[in-house]
Design a protein around this ligand. Structure first.
Ligand code: GLV
Length: 323
């Protein structure tokens, strides 16, 4: 019998992370691009010492029971970890790792790309061209909103919020407002950012960009009430987690002209249902949760996830520990 640790990798990840795991462990890799069904996941995890998981896997007490008491480490291939019951993992002494930093710039780039796409109606314009509707240069057509010197409101001034503020302030001369439980003195010094309450941020921002984690206080934070307090010219950006916005309320806000446009890299649920009315709106740009999808980010995430997994298996401190 092998004395190598037994691990389950819930999807193929870049070789930069998969190769060292396969070299060191008795590794079962889920090769299908779609996530394993719940019963398959619970079957495959049985007897494993570690798991390298994606945000699509719900890792709760049932999962940990199915794995068994030898489970030492959960290494999430993501910076977010709302798919994991952290308290339960802590209670059982299971280490949990995530992959911060390497995706900060890529995620802020995506948030900014969504901002400018929604503000300048880029996707809608492309659809117009492809539908053979472009007949002439239109003085009154395709009018968007300006960016220079406007106000960006950042909800969650952590690493990614800071990177978004840097782009908006440094590149486009925007005023920066932020809402966060903690004061961020670096953001205040570098971007003249001003910490404000949520209502002030909603009322004064031309662009509102979400960079907070999903938790009990942020779930549904952007609902009818919040959209109702935003400017009618405002653009809403969410590249964090879908459930932070209430999707039917966002539809109402966009379709009634309560806000100008939205750019989403995340939806609720994921993937978005093809029946979701948001898909019918020209003023909503939607990407399939791809903010970290760059070569260096995904390779970096793979390396950290592998390091976390291998460290946890050998009882060493994780490179990036959540618990
Ligand atoms: C992606 O959403 C991540 O949390 O890394």
């Amino acid at each position: 019998m092998s004395d190598r640790s037994k691990v389950f990798v819930t999807r193929e990840i870049p070789a930069a992370g998969l190769d060292p795991v396969v070299a060191a462990c008795d590794t079962d890799v889920w090769k299908d691009p779609l996530p394993p069904a719940r019963d398959e996941l619970l079957k495959r995890i049985a007897g494993c010492d570690g798991v390298l998981s994606l945000l699509t896997e719900k890792i709760d007490a049932e999962f940990m029971d199915a794995a068994g008491p030898q489970l030492k480490v959960i290494s999430n291939f993501a910076v977010g970890f709302n798919n994991i019951d952290i308290d339960e993992a802590k209670r059982r002494g299971i280490r949990v790792g995530n992959t911060p930093d390497v995706l900060t710039d890529a995620t802020a780039d995506m948030a900014f790309a969504l901002l400018i796409s929604a503000a300048r109606r880029i996707v809608e314009s492309q659809d117009y061209v492809r539908a053979a509707k472009w007949k002439t240069w239109e003085p009154l057509g395709h009018i968007g909103v300006d960016l220079i010197g406007r106000t960006i409101g950042i909800v969650g001034m952590g690493r990614i919020g800071m990177a978004m503020a840097k782009r908006c302030h440094g590149g486009w001369g925007m005023n920066v407002l932020y809402h966060d439980m903690n004061q961020n003195k670096d953001a205040e010094a570098q971007f003249a950012a001003r910490q404000v309450d949520f209502e002030t941020l909603l009322a004064e921002s031309d662009f509102v960009s979400v960079h907070t984690d999903l938790n009990e206080t942020t779930k549904g934070l952007f609902n009818a009430d919040a959209f109702g307090k935003m400017k009618s010219t405002a653009v809403f950006i969410n590249s964090a987690r879908g459930p932070i916005h209430h999707q039917p309320d966002l539809y109402t806000a966009l379709s009634s002209g309560q806000i100008f446009a939205a750019g989403l890299d995340v939806t609720d649920p994921e993937p978005i249902s093809m029946d979701d009315p948001l898909l019918s709106l020209p003023n909503c740009v939607i990407a399939p949760h791809v903010a970290s999808a760059t070569i260096s980010s995904r390779n970096g995430m793979a390396e950290i996830a592998a390091d976390n997994l291998l460290a946890g298996l050998s009882g060493k401190p994780l490179r990036c520990a959540v618990a």
